[in-house]
Design a protein around this ligand. Structure first.
Ligand SMILES: *[C@@H]1O[C@H](CO)[C@@H](O)[C@H](O)[C@H]1NC(C)=O
Ligand SMILES: *[C@@H]1O[C@H](CO)[C@@H](O)[C@H](O)[C@H]1NC(C)=O
Ligand SMILES: *[C@@H]1O[C@H](CO)[C@@H](O)[C@H](O)[C@H]1NC(C)=O
Ligand SMILES: *[C@@H]1O[C@H](CO)[C@@H](O)[C@H](O)[C@H]1NC(C)=O
Ligand SMILES: *[C@@H]1O[C@H](CO)[C@@H](O)[C@H](O)[C@H]1NC(C)=O
Length: 803
């Protein structure tokens, strides 16, 4: 009985079946065809494969694979507790809520990222995801270290910033209630060719320089004021500074940046604050390898080298740092670098920002007048962005980010939000997938950190590559005849023993062992569809049918199909070949040997216009169509066959009259009309003579609908109009008559002429009797003929001539 319920149930079964089919290849699913021999191997095939560790699983009637989809294993009788089917999972270990305000008594607990610690348990290939929120907390503490170029050209700048501390503290006070300021300066390495090294310049490099005769010796980097909230100290220290002088145009600023970044304790960077490093200069920096000009071949080691006078002591020992080293150290210490450079240098430093993450560049006026505005702009710029970085990213883990910024729209592939207001929260969706299993026992971890934040998310990773059942493996187990290890339902036999229960001992057959279960060298054991036990294949049971053969190479479900039906439903599948039922032939048994369907209504095979192939007519006569080639308006005999229908249907006469066959054979629609329209191009005009010498006309056409239409005259046409034969006879007769008359006239003319000549001859002979003296044979040499001819009977003209 049909009910909506059964219908829905069927639809569900159908979908499950489709899904299973989608996972299958050549009748078996990939978990089974992968021929996994252990639980671990099975799990690696595909994240949807599961392993059944139940001891007696599949040892009954037929052997079945322990590796399959989890739901299939359950269907085949594996108890759920024995199914090993790990999936990726995530557990959140620390999830303190985001703070709303940065400064205050609890500033050490300011949280800008949530969660803070998670642990991932990843099964290779099984993707999982976690969410992550980041907030630019309002009123967050700020540390600002002002690193100034003190080469001679910066003299006017130095004058401008003498009171920078007070003004900057005022402006920054509007953005944060917790602001500290520090100061350092640099010139260049005090060695040739970067500086003047002649003895007279040692104490005063400006010696003899008219415009500005007094300055301090050249130095690499000097840390002057550690970060402090006492801004007056900043002003004091800056006022004490004096410029120096170096020789070449580029300065040694990158040495200074590196020291400022890594000398955390000396500079006094706080853990819980934004770290801004303002780098003010009016010239290009020296880069790594420039040191070779001065004979420095040792690359920078990235360490802090401040001596007890707070000066960079390795200045003349090590080369300038590379951009990569700078970038790494700045990121490590969460430092935002702001290049405050003169307009001329903007492009060069802009190019550096592309190479060093977390840096910005702003244009400094010639005399540093705009430095406060510049710092405020850069700070706002930095705080309007959140960009995630991944630290210690393990190679075999793929991460993909989707950012959801302030407008709530997910942006796949992005790990960055810009144009944020302070206090905005942005979220990220991070998808994680392990690609492979690392060597046993290695646990990985990595860190996700927004650029410049102290906050971080620590991610610990472990891998679901092992099966739980492997933990309780038994050596010398009685299940494995005491000579093998029982592990996850299977026996791993000691060398020299074989079989599912280690019940066979390797003997003479040992050299044969592999080939005994393989159809040929290089093929899978038991065609990948069974287990080799004591040199014999035990084939798996399949949900699609039976697998058999000495190498499990045969089955009864992978034969040719026609329209999705195995052997077209007209045969049995035997080891890949259809054995067709009687009456069917062909690879897929879709060809019927039955010909009755090819016989047309009139009893002929395909109406005599084609051949019967696989129970269907293939019409050979041009223009013939229809199931039995019965339709053919253009065939030569079309008029003949349809004439009988006209006769029997309209006049009840002819061969088919008084007979049921008329109804049976003449199914065409017949339309009668007074005059026949013959202008239809698809119609054939037929006419025939009836018994009483009348002419019947009809047209025959086939329509797309499959209907053949006969349009016929109501009555045959009798007597009306000249008979074509009569006309023909008359024409032929009159031509003959004219010929005969012409012949007769010609004969008459010849006869009269002959008679006349004869009469003349007679009279001449009789005259000759009286004139014997004259020679009757004598003829005068000149004679005159007068011929009269008459060619035209009707006497138009009269031809004559003299010769
Ligand atoms: C900056 O980089 C651009 C493109 O990378 C390059 O065309 C340009 O020459 C660079 N400018 C300087 C001053 O190095
Ligand atoms: C995160 O992304 C995964 C796919 O990458 C998706 O399945 C999941 O629903 C997403 N989560 C949220 C909260 O958008
Ligand atoms: C298992 O049996 C082998 C020999 O059959 C023996 O050498 C080994 O010590 C046994 N192992 C255990 C754990 O009993
Ligand atoms: C039988 O199957 C073959 C192969 O699919 C196909 O080419 C042929 O047309 C089929 N014949 C009939 C009569 O359906
Ligand atoms: C009808 O006509 C067909 C063909 O001429 C003939 O074979 C058949 O015997 C006739 N049947 C009857 C009942 O007259």
């Amino acid at each position: 009985m049909w009910t909506p319920g059964t219908w829905m149930w069927r639809a569900a079964v159908c979908c499950v079946l489709l899904e299973t089919l989608a996972h299958t290849a050549r009748g078996l699913n990939m978990c089974m065809s992968g021929s996994a021999t252990s639980c671990e191997e099975c799990l690696l095939i595909h994240p949807s494969c599961a392993w059944c560790a139940q001891e007696d699983f599949g040892r009954g009637r037929t052997l079945t694979s322990r590796c399959d989809f989890s739901q299939n294993l359950q269907k085949r009788g594996c108890a759920a507790r024995f199914i090993e089917y790990p999936t990726s999972s995530i557990s959140i270990l620390q999830n303190r809520p985001l703070s709303s305000k940065g400064s205050g008594s609890t500033q050490y607990d300011v949280v800008q990222i949530m969660p803070q610690k998670i642990s991932l348990s990843l099964r290779p290939g099984d993707q999982t995801w976690f969410g992550l929120q980041v907030r630019q907390v309002e009123d967050y503490p700020v540390d600002l270290y002002y690193l100034m170029d003190l080469s001679l050209s910066m003299k006017d700048d130095l004058d401008t910033i003498r009171n920078l501390g007070t003004k900057l503290a005022q402006e920054m006070g509007k953005l944060t209630s917790n602001f500290r300021l520090g100061f350092g300066s640099f010139v260049d390495k005090n060695m040739s060719p970067f500086s003047y090294t002649a003895p007279k310049y040692q104490e005063n490099p400006c010696n003899g320089y008219k415009l500005f005769p007094n300055c301090v010796p050249t130095f690499g980097f000097r840390h002057i004021l550690s970060l402090t909230d006492k801004v007056d100290r900043f002003n004091e220290e800056v006022q004490k500074q004096m410029v120096s002088r170096n020789r070449d145009a580029p300065e040694g600023g990158f040495d200074a940046i590196l020291q400022a970044a890594v000398c955390k304790d000396e500079i006094g960077w706080r853990k819980e604050a934004y770290h801004l490093l303002v780098f003010a200069t009016d010239d290009v920096p020296h880069l790594a390898l420039d040191g070779r000009l001065g004979g420095l071949v040792q690359p920078h080691d990235g360490m802090c080298h401040l001596n007890d006078k707070n000066e960079y002591s390795a200045s003349t020992k090590m080369d300038y740092p590379s951009l990569a080293l700078l970038g790494e150290k700045l990121a490590e210490n969460n430092i935002f670098l702001i290049f405050a450079v003169t307009k001329r240098l903007y492009v060069i430093y802009k190019n550096f920002t592309a190479l060093i993450p977390g840096t910005t560049v702003e244009i400094l006026d010639q005399d540093s007048k705009n430095v406060i505005q510049l710092i405020i702009t850069a700070y706002n710029n930095i705080r309007s962005k959140v960009e995630l970085t991944v630290w210690d990213h393990p190679e075999d883990i793929s991460l993909s980010f989707t950012a959801t910024c302030q407008d709530g729209k997910p942006l796949p592939g992005l790990r960055k939000c810009a144009d944020l207001k302070i206090g905005d929260t942005v979220s990220f969706n991070v998808s994680v997938e392990a690609r492979s299993c690392p060597p046993r026992g290695t646990d990985q971890s990595f860190t996700i950190k927004p650029v410049g934040f102290k906050d971080r998310l620590e991610v610990a990773v472990d891998y679901q590559c092992d099966c739980g059942c492997s933990q309780i493996a038994q050596t010398n187990s009685s299940i494995c005849s005491s000579i093998g290890t029982y592990n996850c339902g299977t026996c791993q036999c000691e060398p020299g023993y074989l079989g599912a229960r280690c019940e066979c001992q390797e003997g003479e057959a040992s050299s044969m062992h592999l080939s005994a279960c393989r159809e040929a060298e290089g093929k899978q054991i038991c065609s990948g569809r069974g287990e080799c036990s004591c040199n014999q294949c035990l084939c798996y049971e399949s949900e699609f049918g039976k697998i058999y053969g000495s190498f499990c190479e045969c089955d009864d479900f992978s034969c040719a199909r026609h329209k999705g039906i195995l052997c077209s439903g007209h045969g049995e599948c035997h080891c890949g070949e259809c054995k067709c039922h009687a009456g069917y032939i062909g690879d897929n048994c879709n060809c019927s040997t039955e010909t009755s369907s090819c016989i047309s209504d009139d009893g002929q095979m395909c109406s005599g216009r084609g051949n019967c192939v696989c129970g269907r007519c293939q019409c050979t006569e041009p223009g013939a169509f229809g199931d039995t080639c019965e339709k053919c308006p253009t065939c030569p005999d079309a008029c003949g066959t349809k004439r009988e229908c006209i006769e029997c249907r309209l006049f009840n006469s002819g061969r088919l009259a008084d007979n049921q066959t008329c109804q049976r054979l003449c199914k065409d629609e017949i339309i009668t009309m007074e005059t026949l329209k013959t202008d239809d191009p698809g119609a054939v005009l037929c006419l025939y003579k009836t018994d009483n010498d009348c002419v019947m006309k009809f047209t025959y056409s086939e329509h797309v609908s499959g209907l053949s239409i006969l349009a016929a005259l109501k009555e045959p046409e009798c007597g009306g109009g000249p008979d074509a034969l009569m006309v023909l006879l008359a024409v032929v007769g009159s031509i003959l008559l004219v010929g005969v008359v012409l012949l007769a006239v010609w004969k008459l003319v010849i006869t009269i002429h002959d008679r006349r000549e004869f009469a003349r001859f007679q009279s001449a002979r009789s005259r000759a009797r009286y004139e014997m003296a004259s020679n009757p044979l004598y003829k005068q040499p000149v004679s005159t003929h007068f011929v009269e001819t008459d060619f035209n009977m009707y006497g138009k003209s009269y031809n004559g001539g003299v010769h």
